[in-house]
Write a new protein. Structure first.
Length: 107
């Protein structure tokens, strides 16, 4: 997800928040803080699923997305040991961590 998309979604979130709660005008500092918190939270979520391939080994037989040092992505099934993590891998993420939670009636 690109930073511009996160910023746009943060602005949408702040606009909805203020529209739904009818906050008085002139709360620019609070609006800015909420927007910054939203962006920080979105970036944390994106970053939190990735694991450093030099430090962590994925569980055996789990589908993962790997990013090579060259920037190429591929889907793999983890072997569960350091030998199964090629030196060309930069980082990896469990596919299940990349799929959004779907809640009934959710947004």
């Amino acid at each position: 997800m690109r930073q511009e998309i996160i910023s746009d979604k943060a602005q949408d979130y702040v606009s909805r928040l203020y529209a739904e709660n009818e906050y008085p005008c002139g709360l620019c500092d609070i609006e800015s803080d909420v927007m910054e918190a939203f962006i920080d939270g979105a970036q944390w979520r994106i970053d939190s699923v990735w694991h450093d391939a030099r430090k962590e080994v994925p569980e055996k037989c789990k589908p993962i997305l790997t990013e090579r040092k060259s920037g190429i992505f591929s889907v793999n099934i983890s072997g569960g040991n350091m030998e199964s993590c090629p030196l060309s891998w930069a980082r990896w993420a469990y596919i299940s961590d990349l799929i959004p939670d779907r809640k009934e009636g959710g947004r």
